[in-house]
Ligand binder design. Structure first.
Ligand code: TYR
Length: 328
């Protein structure tokens, strides 16, 4: 796979195509980052952007993981002390998951976001931005019902992090896109470049195939799950024999989360996937590309129950190192 393919595979969106192409032409030493509000234990949502960081490392990028302690605090996730503590646990989890330790820089937000220069630049951005715009940027990030002033400052700090960390690409899930668009608009007002961004898709809730998987609602998978937990969650997952299920009766869009997890979590991290089946049901199936597995599920060659069995096995392999790390 060439650098451009590695960088863009499984991305829902890149902003802009031209900028990403220029980076892919000469990726050596370029830098990308993802910021996470520390929560201590990695879940499948973190793993999706972490997979992209692993792709970028393979393509020659240097990677920064921002442990966004100040942001978590502004977003009402607990006391600053608690958040600091979970940030440390999270770092070790990322390494256990597979980020290349020698090529990953972990930065704590509070290490630079409380400096004088940063604060003054932040105030300059505050002057450039309406409350309504900041609130819109936070629509899929804010916790709680009413937006606090802290949550209006949050996206401006996230924008400012990009030049302060000196990165070439900001990576995040699609829920971060409005923050990145805001960053493109406001950073030039303080003589900074509009940043390039890359967004990973949102994955549907495992249980229902609706909306997006999150740690706060519905079914998710985390590094704390035992093998038995994973098996039971995957076994109960929504998995019709199609990649494109009908909406619900009340018109809610659905996806096939079992296929999505194969596509975005399993295939990027394994060269081939084996679905084990007893001889009497046709024996094992081998896939080296996601599309073939999807096609077999749709044609009926691969039964959803067998697909789920394989998914639980591969998810367990991805999670086992982090689980062990947490137990230490
Ligand atoms: N907004 C991210 C989230 O929702 C966290 C984040 C914070 C990302 C600061 C980047 C950043 O610079 O988890």
């Amino acid at each position: 796979m060439d650098a451009h393919e590695l960088i863009t595979r499984n991305a829902a969106e890149v902003v802009t195509e031209e900028e990403i192409e220029a980076l892919a032409d000469d990726p050596e030493g370029k830098r990308a980052y993802v910021g996470y509000e520390p929560s201590g234990v990695l879940h499948i949502g973190h793993m999706l952007t972490a997979n992209k960081l692993i792709d970028l490392q393979e393509a020659g990028f240097e990677v920064t993981v921002l442990l966004a302690d100040v942001h978590a605090y502004l977003n009402d996730k607990g006391s600053f002390e608690e958040i600091r503590h979970t940030a440390e646990r999270m770092r070790d989890q990322f390494i256990a998951y597979g980020l290349d330790e020698s090529n990953t820089q972990f930065v704590l937000g509070s290490d630079f976001q409380l400096d004088d220069d940063y604060t003054l630049d932040l105030h300059a951005l505050e002057l450039e931005t309406t409350l309504a715009r900041a609130e819109r940027a936070m629509a899929e990030i804010s916790s709680g019902d009413s937006v606090k002033v802290s949550q209006a400052v949050y996206p401006l700090m996230q924008a400012l992090d990009i030049p302060y960390l000196g990165v070439d690409v900001a990576v995040g899930g699609m829920e971060q896109r409005k923050v990145h668009m805001l960053a493109r608009d406001v950073l030039p007002s303080i003589d900074r470049e509009p940043p390039t961004s890359l967004h990973t898709p949102l994955i549907a809730d495992l249980g229902t195939g609706r909306g997006k998987m999150s740690s706060s609602e519905g079914v998710t998978i985390s590094m704390e799950d035992s093998r038995a937990d994973i098996e039971s969650k995957v076994n109960d997952a929504y998995c019709p024999p199609t990649a494109d299920p009908e909406p619900t009766d009340d018109g809610v869009e659905r996806d096939n989360p079992v296929l999505q997890v194969f596509e975005y979590h399993v295939f990027p991290r394994f060269d081939a996937v084996t679905v084990e089946r007893p001889e009497e049901y046709g024996g094992n199936l081998e896939y080296d590309a996601y599309g073939d597995l999807e096609a077999d599920l749709e044609s009926g060659e691969l039964h959803p129950a067998d697909a789920k069995g394989a998914l639980a096995e591969y998810l367990d392999r991805l999670i086992a190192p982090g689980r062990q790390q947490l137990a230490e």
